[in-house]
Every structure is written in C-alpha cells, then in structure tokens.
Design a protein around this ligand. Structure first.
Ligand SMILES: Cc1ncc(C[n+]2csc(CCOP(=O)(O)OP(=O)(O)O)c2C)c(N)n1
Length: 672
C-alpha cells in the first residue's frame, strides 16, 4: 500500500493520525502485549471524529452534555488512550502510556471504566460497547425530553469491529436502536475484514449494511483512510433521522508488514517491524515522542469544545435553583431525601394490612411510591412487563413519539437490555431498572457481570425466582442462579421474604451508587412475615432475627424469600414440640457479611442446630451452616438438589421436600 500518496494528500492529518499509530506501536512494544492493528487501522477515522465532530472538552471530562465516545472494540485500547493523552486529559500522562498494561497504571489491557477519565464504559467483551452505546443514546433522548435541549443535546459515537458485530448481543442492540429511532447514535464499523483466526469469511458472510438497514438504521460508507470522506460520512450520519452506521473500509495494521493479516490484529512487538512501520509513516521521532507542534495541534482539538462547555455552564446557571439541584442530584446518583420516609410509610401500611402478595407484586407496590418521587428512574422489561410488574401507573412508555415515557419495552432481549441499562447508568442522570425471569439472568450475564465490575447501580428485577413459579417447569425454574449471582463480586442479591422486605430491598438497591442489585422475586403469593412495623430497614443488615426461640434455643433456621414462611411454619411445629427455634431471615448475604462480627454472632451464635431452607441449590450455604461458629455435623440443608419439574407450585414443594414438616424433621434428626 502506498502510504506516501496518503501522506501527501493530507499531510497535516496524516501526521496527527501517525501520533496515534506510533504511540500504539511503542506502547504495545513496551508492554510486549496488546493489540496494535486496530488502533493503527482506525487512527484516521478517530482523528477526524475528534478533530471535527466530537463535542468534548479534555479539561472537563465530566461535562454532562459532552458527546460520548465508546470504543466497543476494546482490545484496541491504545486508540482511546492515545486520543486521551494527545488531546490533553490531565490523568493520561505519557508515563501512563509508557506503562500500558502494567500494575497500577490507568492504561489497563482493555479500557476500564473508572480508571481513566474519558473512558465512558468498560469494553473488551466484544459487543458490550455497542449495546452500552444504545443505552447512552436512550438516556440522552430521555434526558433531552425532560430537561430540554439547552441542557442535554449530544451524540453518542461508537467504534465497533467485526467481532462486536458477530456477537449476538449486537443484534439485540441494533434492533432496539432501530425501533427507537435513536438518531443521535452513530456506529463506526471498522470494516477491515480481519479477526484473530483470519479473514472474516472463515466464519461469516453477513451483509452487515443490509442487517443494519433491515433493523431501521441509515447506513453510510467511507474510505476509512481518507479524512475528507470520513468527514463527509460523519456529517451525513449526524443529519440522518435514524441511528446511523458508517462502514469504514480500513486496513488493519496499516503500513506494517502485517497489514491486512490476522497477525496484524495482535501485538506487533518486533523492533524491526516497528522501525520499518514508523519509517513508512515518515516518522522520525523517538519512542513515545510526540513533537511539540503536533501535541499543540492535538491539544487544540482537546479544547475545541471549551466554549460550548462554558456556554452550557452559563445556561445551567440560569436555571432555577430547584432545577439545578435536581439535575445535580440525579447526575450524582443520589436519591431524594424523601425516599426513606416514603418507604417507611409503605412498610407501616403493609405491616398493618398484612397482604398475601407475590414479591413481584410487592415490588410493583414499592415502585408505585418510588417512581413519582424519583423522576430519573427508567423502568423496563424484556417482554415480560405484566409478569415482572415493572410498569407503574405514572411511567408512560418510552418511544419516538413519547421520549418522556419512562417504561421501556426492551423486547425479548435480556442481554441487550442489561447492557443498555449499563449505558444509561453510565450516562448519568437516569436510574435504569429492568426485569425478566430470574432464570434468564443467564442470558443477561455478560452485561450483569460488567455492571458489577464497573460499579454501576443498575437494578435487575428478576421475578419467578424458584420452583415456586410452578407449571412452566424446569426450563424456567432457576436453581443455580442465586449462587451464580452471589458469587459475583460487587453485586447485591436481594431475595425478600414479603412485601415489607421488598420495600426495604428497593430502598437499599436505589441507594447504592456503585453496586448493582439483583432482586429475586417470587411469582407466588407470600404471607407478610414482618407483621410488627419497624421504622428501621432490617434488610440493611442482610440477615436478622425474624422470630426468636421461646425457651431454650436449640435450633436456628435460616431462609430467604419464599422459604422464610416455610421456616416460620417449621418453627411453629418445633416450638409445639418444645424445641426452641429461632428463624433468621437472610435476604441479602452480601450485606450480612459486611456486618460487624459481634452482630453476626448475635444472629448466628454457636451451639444450636442450623438448618438452611432455600428452593435453590445448596452452593454457598455452607458459609453460613459451617462457618460463623456452625458445625458440619449439626447442620442441614432443605432445598433443591437438581432441576425442578413441571407442576403446580405446591405439588413441587411437596415433591422436592421443601416443607415445614421436612424442615422440622431435619432439625429433630440433627438434635438426636
Ligand atoms: C466476547 C468476546 N469473545 C472473544 C474475545 C476475544 N477477542 C478479542 S478481539 C477478537 C477478534 C475481534 O475481531 P475484530 O473485531 O475484527 O477486531 P480486529 O481484528 O479488527 O482488531 C476476539 C475473538 C473477546 N474480547 N470478547
């Protein structure tokens, strides 16, 4: 490929793009690992985007109305690190670039949210970024409708590779964006025809442009190495009334001997290759060296948006004090102070009326009082709205006709929904929650894990949380999912026992700023077990004594969710036989684990027999059965030992032996 012609046509552009290419070569070379080819190939596109289109101010990375830039092809992380360094983000020093992929550096192997400013989301698991981008664009639409164009009015740009587009999640995202006419979303496809194994044709013959068009997008082409053509395509994409995809024809690892090959995808570390490639670029500077004139040009790009940002700040200052406070509160992720009193009032009412309701219904009852006072919530469901009970009376439905609608019909797209919710939460100003069946946490897993890894407060409303869902049978009955979610670091798993605990769980979940929550909710009606109103949020302690032993304490029953009522019934049986029995409700293990040792000891003292009751697999329960002063020979588990069955719930509980009688018998056998 004749690089000299390219360089000669647009010499200034060429030199600016070469900064990205050579920093990438140097950083990957120094780390002896990483991915050189993608940043080299997309350097021209990224340069034009940052220079001519992206509205941002490197000195104010958190400006709420900035355009968002998402590198879905996260393996090409040196692309974004180079851009952030060159444009003058304060934290992205040349030393950070030198320490690419090293311990303690903000230049992680793949872009990690929260490490470097300007990294809007964690990418690397291919396909997540493009699905996050859809959430960013939905948040922008929603916020623009709510706050007006003067405060929110921006684009979301996303660079995605062949890998992102092959991942199934991409179709969920593309379908969602097309339906919602997210015209502020622009995806730049790095159309280089190469993946790790070789040419794309080894594994795919999809007509990507036709696919996007079929889903309601406008599609554009450009020569990804011609700055004028890139600029034209970006201009057209911005003007399009639908989400836009630009197929950018590029050469991976351009200018190197590995150009257009799978070798070019990975780490180009051979010193001769690096030297030859730099020579082909006409680059005559040392490693990590950016000449002053070029750095100045880039920094001018980094401050191009300063005037717009300052104008925005002036506009913001003109808003009423109430509006400013409420905007700032929402972007800070804080709940309105009213939330606590609202939840207390609901709890009091429930404890007095003692309804027998499914916790999914109880969740709706909580949301009915939460949504009116927390206007930034954006609810939704993956086509199970009536089952997940996520849509409250005041929400309205989000659509191109009603951007103020706050309930989103995600369609049957659990993974896309979860990733979009991550994008919304990361955008800021909105608080997304979304529902599906608990068993389909599997389908959303890739994105739920990233909620936890990034530390974003997304609420997963996972209903139909056990065999208690009944006739739909084992395909729909989660047994291992609680364990999987509990095994995920930085994720709160709530399994409330009744409507009071559900209200408390919602308050806690929404109060988290950097932790997602899974609310595991029952399909079947559950009696109110919290019959004595307590203003204190008991779920906040994770586990607590719901009913204490009368007489000598011989047994402790631990249970969650729908099995708490079974434990209470077992306690009645045992007490009737003179066996003093305590019931501990454990709606959130993670919060219980955080309690001081002295508190945990009060709840779970050594000595008595312990039996855990949960309609799920035992995995994880040993921590509470044998740990915390428990003894193996004095403990037992009543729950599931395999998959469920297709029958009415009551029959299944009897069939699998999850009954008050079975629990009482287990205790008695352990007391012998
Ligand atoms: C979900 C997921 N699966 C696999 C990988 C490993 N991986 C990283 S890059 C890549 C190939 C991506 O090809 P493409 O998007 O065309 O990138 P390019 O070769 O153009 O850099 C793979 C399989 C990953 N990061 N994420």
């Amino acid at each position: 490929m004749d690089l000299s012609a390219l360089a000669a046509q647009n010499p200034d552009h060429w030199r600016r793009a070469a900064c990205i290419r050579t920093l990438t070569l140097d950083a990957v070379g120094a780390a002896n690992s990483g991915h050189s080819g993608m940043p080299m190939g997309m350097a021209d596109v990224a340069t034009v985007l940052f220079e001519k289109h992206l509205s941002f101010d490197a000195s104010a990375p958190d400006w709420p109305n900035r355009d968002r830039f998402i590198l879905s092809a996260g393996h090409g992380s040196m692309l974004i690190y180079s851009l952030l360094h060159l444009t003058g983000y304060a934290d992205m020093t040349i030393d950070q670039i030198r320490n690419f992929r090293q311990l303690g550096a903000i230049t992680a192997g793949h872009p990690e949210y929260g490490h470097a400013k300007g990294v809007e989301t964690t990418t690397g698991p291919l396909g997540q970024g493009i699905a996050n981008a859809v959430g960013f664009a939905m948040a922008e639409e929603s916020l623009r409708a709510r706050w007006g164009r003067k405060l929110i009015d921006h684009y979301t740009y996303c660079i995605a590779g062949d890998g992102c587009l092959m991942e199934g999640i991409s179709q969920e995202a593309i379908g969602l964006a097309g339906r919602h006419e997210l015209s502020r979303l622009i995806v730049l496809w790095d159309n280089n025809n190469i993946t790790i194994d070789g040419a794309v044709s080894l594994s795919d013959r999809t007509d990507q442009k036709a696919r996007f068009a079929a889903s309601g997008w406008d599609v554009f082409d450009c020569d990804g190495h011609d700055p004028a053509d890139i600029d034209r395509a970006l201009g057209e994409a911005k003007a399009s009334p639908r989400p836009a995809m630009i197929a950018c024809k590029t050469h991976i690892a351009i200018g190197s001997s590995a150009q257009d090959t799978a070798k070019g995808h990975g780490a180009l570390t051979d010193p001769k290759l690096i030297a030859d490639t730099k020579a082909a670029y006409g680059w005559k500077y040392g490693p990590f060296e950016i000449p002053e004139d070029l750095k100045a040009e880039w920094e001018a790009i980094g401050s191009r948006g300063r005037a717009a940002r300052e104008a925005w700040e002036a506009e913001f200052a003109l808003q009423s004090a109430t509006r400013q406070a409420s905007f700032t509160r929402a972007f800070a992720g804080d709940m309105p102070p009213k939330l606590s009193a609202t939840i207390k009032a609901l709890k009091k009412q429930i404890s007095e009326t003692r309804p027998k309701v499914a916790t999914r219904k109880a969740s709706e009852m909580a949301l009915e009082v939460i949504n009116p006072i927390v206007p930034e919530t954006l609810g939704g469901s993956a086509d199970l709205t009536g089952s997940n009970n996520t849509k409250t009376a005041d929400l309205g439905v989000f659509s191109p006709e009603d951007r103020k609608g706050r309930h989103i019909h995600y369609g049957i797209r659990e993974h896309g929904m979860a990733a979009a919710m991550n994008g919304m939460a990361l955008h800021g100003g909105v608080r997304p929650y979304g529902g599906t069946f608990m068993c389909f946490t599997d389908y959303a897993r890739g994105a739920i894990r990233l909620s936890a890894l990034m530390g974003v407060s997304v609420q997963y409303v996972m209903t139909h949380d056990s065999i208690g869902l009944g006739e739909d049978g084992p395909t729909h009955q989660p047994v291992e999912h609680l364990a999987m979610m509990r095994a995920t670091p930085n994720c709160l798993v709530f399994r409330p026992a009744d409507a009071v605990e559900t209200a408390e769980a919602w308050e806690l979940a929404l109060s988290q700023k950097s932790t997602p929550s899974v609310l595991a909710l029952s399909r079947q009606g559950l009696p109110t077990v919290r019959v004595d109103h307590k203003t204190r949020n008991m779920v906040a302690q994770g586990g607590y004594v719901l009913a204490d032993a009368e007489g000598k304490r011989q047994a402790i029953l631990m249970a969650t969710g729908s099995e708490v009522a079974i434990a209470m019934a077992a306690r009645d049986l045992l007490q009737a036989d003179g066996i003093g029995t305590r019931v501990v409700s454990m709606p959130c293990w993670e919060l219980f684990e955080e309690q001081p040792e002295a508190y945990r000891k009060r709840v779970l003292p050594g000595g008595p027999v312990r039996v855990a009751v949960e309609a799920a697999v035992r995995f994880g329960w040993d921590r509470w059965l044998f740990g915390e002063r428990g003894k193996r020979e004095k403990s037992g588990f009543v729950g599931m030992h395999g998959f469920g069955g297709s029958a009415p719930a009551e029959d299944l509980y009897a069939h699998f032996g999850i009954t008050a009688e079975a629990v009482a018998d287990k205790v008695k056998s352990l007391l012998k």
